[in-house]
Design a binder for this molecule. Structure first.
Ligand code: GDP
Length: 299
């Protein structure tokens, strides 16, 4: 929890600082509620959660003395309520060998780092892991994955930059199956400037994987960079349908004061949130827990 709390410090400072300055020895009136609404919206919590908090306070505390602490308790409660339904662990169904995870997300969102950290986590749990360097567009991405492979002891299926990504995915699933690996994690390209081309490529990868295993991919994880704020909402929209996203990983929560965006995404899409990144270290990819997140963000 300490790592989570320090990772979310910028977001919680922003929110609690705003709350403290609004609620210094004040009765709760229409003006303070307006100011509070601004603070919460600026933290990217989204309209639904912001309204829920403001309305709860209006109903229960209007015209009465109220402290910043009282407001933070309501905030923590509402954030917890919004996040509890989406806080679901990633379950590796061992009936599938390999359990195929397709990682999608725009360049720079933390996809490769997350793959590395997941590989490390699975290996530590005693699972055998294989990685596939499916971002065949960028030589640097292939190299980065190979570094993670060496670090975690996971073999990496790769081809020279410019190769066909779906062909690589096909080979990777075939090989992981032949070698009896527990988990296969497939990296993909993330060049959003070519949105349609990218989505068609992801669809093709999924079609081709299914020729080897009709039940695969067993998870499609979308990495989102928390520092991109509202943009993250668009990315869920874009990748959500065409890539069949089954769960989210939000990275770089330590790098933003607007970590509330995760709450807005949870409300809008209802997709499971499996992990959050609160730093660059291996331990900084944490399984997502609603109540801990709510407590950390409320300060
Ligand atoms: P990709 O292009 O999506 O594969 O992104 P990368 O995995 O290469 O990550 C881009 C940068 O973000 C790297 O410098 C990572 O170390 C960094 N990064 C990833 N996750 C986190 C996080 O949770 N916190 C911070 N501070 N940095 C992160």
């Amino acid at each position: 929890f300490q790592r989570l709390a320090s990772g979310l410090k910028r977001s919680s400072d922003q929110i609690t600082g705003g709350i403290t300055s609004v609620f210094t020895k004040r009765k709760l009136d229409a003006a303070t509620l307006d100011e509070l609404e601004d603070v919460l919206l600026q933290a990217d919590l989204g309209m639904d959660t912001t309204s829920a908090i403001v309305e709860t306070l209006r109903r229960d505390r209007f015209n009465r003395d109220i402290s910043g602490e009282d407001v933070r308790a309501v905030l923590s409660d509402e954030v917890g309520k919004a996040l509890t339904p989406v806080a679901r662990p990633l379950v590796i169904d061992t009936a599938h060998k390999p359990f195929v995870i397709l990682m999608v997300g725009v360049n720079g969102s933390g996809k490769t780092t997350t793959i590395g950290k997941l590989a490390q986590k699975f290996a530590a749990e005693g699972r055998t892991v294989m990685l596939a360097a499916g971002d065949t567009f960028r030589a640097a991405a292939i190299e980065q994955l190979e570094i993670w492979g060496r670090r975690t002891g996971a073999p990496v299926v790769a081809k020279p930059a410019g190769s066909d990504a779906s062909g690589l995915a096909f080979d990777a699933v075939t090989r992981a199956r032949a070698e009896g690996k527990d988990v296969l994690i497939i990296d993909t390209a993330g060049r959003l400037q070519n949105r349609d081309e990218l989505m068609s490529e992801l669809e093709k990868i999924i079609r081709v994987i299914r020729k080897v295993d009709p039940t695969a991919p067993h998870a499609v994880l979308l990495t989102l960079d928390a520092t991109t704020g509202q943009n993250a909402l668009n990315q869920v929209e874009i990748f959500g349908k065409r890539a069949g996203v089954t769960g989210l990983v939000m990275t770089k929560l330590d790098g933003t004061a607007r970590g509330g965006i995760l709450v807005a995404i949870a409300r809008r899409f209802g997709l499971p949130v499996h992990f959050i990144g609160v730093g660059e270290g291996v331990d900084d990819l944490q399984p997502f827990q609603a109540s801990d997140f709510a407590a950390a963000i409320a300060g």
